[in-house]
Design a protein around this ligand. Structure first.
Ligand code: SF4
Length: 843
């Protein structure tokens, strides 16, 4: 009560923004309880904001220095680091700049002079010293003031000194500031609760229990209680928390574009650059440098572009078509060409874009980026949700901050401008404003100074709490320990975590501390800091999740439909050999792929195994069209044969390079040619040892089996002197004759060919791989091809009959429209592209 009265009369500075918001809300609620209809807003703000405001109002001795924004400061550090001799070896100068900026800030907060750092301690310290001196000199020359030195540049101007709340620990710099201004730290809240410790099976159960616990508290209370759920690892668990809490507390949030407000609020936010509307803006800017295939897909399907809704279908189809081109990057020009015709709205907008000049000031870049986004119709034609609108405003703020970089970086290239914008968008945490909600999900430190009706602090196993020390790499460790800097030692972290735990245990009348018993395969113990609290149990009763309730209350009429409409007998089916292979692997897969046309989007891949297989087939086809027979092969000298092989390879590679110009690059083509030459020559050497034959490459046939007709094409058909036929198939991947066997053969391609031709006496797989060349197959007699398994004339006829029966049944099933989700085995589903359609994983 006293605190609330005090807040109405004096400025209150808090340790963080969330506490300032919490106190403001409490003050308003208190005023409403007093029956007031209007009152003056309290002046409650985080200490950092108060310092900035005070500097603007009353700089010490008329200090005229220009305060740098955090963005400007970070860019200045980055520029200094990149220009130093150490900059060249750095992979990520922005991340180093962040650590250097943090070291600079720690030194000032703990009043440690730069000169006390020992340059001989390590190369990191030496580098930091050089950067810090340049930073200090640069600020002095330009009349800039950085955030770390701002507290020392303000002076009291009279009036009531502020009150301070939420400072569990103050730095020497803050202590001096408080003393100079007469700032009174208020005591932290101290409920006399009786905290309990509970053990949970694992983190997921812990999260679920917390969601159910909060739900039960809200449902049982007459007026909504204030509930807080805290965890030390909230940043890494953020998405899991949202998923779990949405499911239990607000299932409509799981729908796209939810209209229901969540009853909980999650602190820390997520990077602004991950908000879909900002992600779309960043991709649009990156378009100037070209987009990868995946980025192109994301960008095309974005609803935040002009005509993104009306051309949605056309753009999705364009994405699918672009994927088939096997190009890994698309320029603005490529996209304009691709969009012309199918997506007129997009094409018009792309046409209106012009290439930017190489260098500009940040302000000019900001204006150009803004204009580009407007030309592309960003943020789209539909009305934005509250969160999207707030993200849009945050983006505008970011662009504004970027345009202010001119002082520290007068002229930058497009690449640098894009890199800075993207880096900052991913560094800026976006926390949308939400109406007052009963449940707060917070990090550990954020709750210091707040009070709640119920508090649950979770995830406190001995690995998480106290946290491991994380000293700054640019300040010598001994110096950090001497000044007891944050993260400098295990003892320091333990003592600080103990103070936090003690304070949290006094922040609500009812408190639970929990810890998981397992994480993956590891057993977990409670943190020693909560081990002394009495152990309790949590009785949440039977509280099924909303999805479980919906499922339980369902009224279902079961209708088993495992067949599509039959095909007229004799229908010529597209898909060739794949019809039987897919029907054998899984009837639903065959139906979905070949009759519904269901397939997955192509992925960005380089020259893959399938491309290598096709290339080999093209070479062999050319070669055997020339050779025609075993006799000619044997008659050719090695040199002439080698020249012919090289010619066939050259032609096939050129043809493939025309088809895949971005995939089969000249360098890769040379490697492929050398590899192919070795393999083809080895293959021909093996063929020389066979009995004489005449060869016909790429023989096409239409085969009718089981009421359907399919077109097939054998890689090669050899006719022996006695008139018997051998069907050859080149394989660059794994293939075995066992794949022809059984009621559901894995790959019945060659048996299918055997049914479509007269006089077949052998089936042969010519395996061409890195491991070597081999021939495998089944033959009626040993003398047909010596290496094949000979099963005798009778056995061969019986085998042909078995294959005919199996293929007849598979063909008949396909013709009848059999479409059961019935995979042959787990392997059949492993590389299946339509598992999301059959939903096998939901069974
Ligand atoms: S994932 Fe398995 S069950 Fe589903 S269609 Fe593919 S093979 Fe059949």
């Amino acid at each position: 009560m006293e605190l609330l009265e005090g807040m109405g009369k004096r400025t209150v500075v808090t340790a963080n923004q969330r506490l300032a918001h919490h106190l403001t809300q409490r003050f308003h609620a208190w005023q409403r309880r007093q029956g007031k209809r209007a009152w003056e807003s309290p002046d409650i703000l985080p200490l950092s904001a108060w310092i900035e405001r005070t500097y603007e109002e009353a700089a010490l001795d008329g200090d005229k220095r220009l305060p740098l924004s955090p963005f400007q400061e970070q860019v200045l550090w980055q520029r200094i680091i990149e220009a130093s001799p150490y900059g060249e070896g750095l992979l990520h100068a922005a991340a180093t700049a962040k650590k250097a900026q943090e070291a600079w800030s720690l030194l000032h907060a703990w009043h440690i002079p730069l000169e006390s750092l020992d340059a001989h301690f390590s190369e990191d310290v030496q580098a930091f010293l050089e950067w810090a001196k340049v930073f200090r000199d640069r600020c002095q020359q330009e009349g800039w003031l950085d955030t770390s030195r701002l507290p020392e540049a303000i002076a009291p101007t009279g009036g009531m000194p502020p009150l301070a709340l939420g400072f569990l620990e103050t730095t020497p710099q803050q202590q001096a500031l408080f003393q100079r201004f007469g700032i009174e730290p208020l005591p932290l809240p101290a409920f006399h609760g009786a905290p309990l410790r509970v053990a949970m099976t694992d983190r997921l159960r812990e999260l679920e229990a917390a969601a159910k616990w909060a739900k039960a508290l809200i449902e049982d209370a007459e007026c909504p209680p204030s509930i807080a759920i805290l965890m030390p690892d909230l940043p890494s668990l953020r998405e899991q928390v949202i998923q779990c809490f949405d499911e239990h507390l607000c299932p409509p949030s799981l729908l796209p574009r939810p209209v229901h407000a969540r009853p909980y609020n999650l602190s820390l936010g997520r990077p602004l650059g991950e908000e879909p509307v900002v992600q779309s803006a960043l991709l649009s800017l990156r378009l100037l440098k070209g987009l990868t295939l995946e980025e192109t897909g994301l960008w095309l399907r974005s609803p935040f572009l002009g005509e993104g809704e009306t051309e949605r279908l056309e753009r999705a189809l364009l994405d699918a078509r672009l994927r088939e081109r096997r190009i890994s990057r698309f320029s603005l020009h490529d996209l304009l060409e691709a969009a012309s015709g199918s997506c007129p709205g997009l094409a018009t907008r792309l046409r209106a874009l012009s290439p930017p000049p190489p260098y500009r000031s940040p302000r000019a870049w900001a204006r150009a980026f803004d204009a580009l986004l407007r030309t592309l119709g960003w943020p789209g034609e539909r009305s934005l949700s509250s969160q999207e609108y707030q993200a849009l405003q945050a983006w505008k703020g970011l662009l504004e901050a970027f345009s202010g970089l001119g002082g520290v970086w007068p002229s930058m290239s497009l690449s640098s401008a894009l890199a800075q914008i993207e880096h900052q968008a991913h560094e800026t945490l976006f926390q949308p404003q939400t109406p007052e909600v009963p449940i707060q999900v917070l990090g550990m430190l954020e709750a210091i100074g707040m009070t709640f009706d119920h508090l649950w602090v979770m995830g406190l196993d001995d690995n998480q709490w106290p946290p491991a020390p994380a000293p700054n790499p640019f300040i010598p460790l001994a110096l950090q320990r001497r000044h007891n800097l944050p993260g400098s030692s295990a003892e320091r972290e333990l003592a600080y975590a103990r103070r936090i735990t003690r304070q949290l245990a006094r922040s609500a009348p009812r408190i639970l501390f929990s810890h998981p018993l397992r994480e993956r395969d590891q057993a977990k113990r409670p943190s020693p800091l909560i081990a002394a609290f009495p152990q309790g149990t949590l009785s949440l009763g039977e509280a099924p999740s909303y999805p479980a309730l919906i499922l339980r209350s369902r009224r279902m009429e079961t209708f088993s439909d495992v067949s599509g409409p039959p095909l007229p007998p004799g229908t010529l089916v597209e898909g060739g050999k794949d019809v039987f292979k897919l029907q054998s692997a899984c009837p639903f897969r065959a139906f979905a792929r070949l009759r519904l046309g269901a397939t997955s989007l192509a992925r960005a891949e380089g020259f893959n195994a399938a491309d290598r297989g096709i290339l080999l087939h093209r070479v062999m086809e050319r070669l055997w069209r020339f050779l025609e027979s075993h006799g000619r092969l044997c008659d050719m000298g090695e040199e002439a044969l080698g020249a012919q092989v090289s010619r066939a390879i050259q032609e096939a590679v050129e043809e493939t390079a025309r088809r895949l110009p971005h995939t089969l690059t000249p360098r890769l083509a040379e490697i492929e040619k050398a590899r192919l030459f070795e393999q083809v020559m080895a293959c021909l050497a093996l063929e020389k040892g066979r009995s004489p034959f005449r060869a016909s490459p790429e023989v096409k046939k239409t085969v009718e089996v089981g009421g359907i007709a399919v077109c097939v094409r054998a890689d090669r058909v050899d006719v022996l002197e006695g008139g018997e036929v051998v069907i050859m198939d080149y394989k660059t991947g794994e293939a075995k004759i066992q794949h022809w066997e059984g009621e559901r053969p894995e790959d019945p391609q060659l048996p299918l060919y055997a049914l479509g031709m007269e006089g077949v006496a052998a089936l042969c797989l010519a395996q061409v791989s890195q491991e070597g060349i081999a021939m495998e197959g089944i033959a009626a007699r040993e003398d047909i091809i010596p290496r094949l398994r000979a099963i005798g004339e009778e056995g061969w006829q019986a085998q042909l009959k078995r294959w005919a029966e199996v293929l007849e049944r598979l063909g008949r099933d396909f013709q009848k429209g059999c479409a059961q989700v019935d995979p042959k085995d787990a392997q059949a589903c492993r590389y299946c592209e339509i598992s999301t359609l059959c939903r096998i994983h939901e069974r």
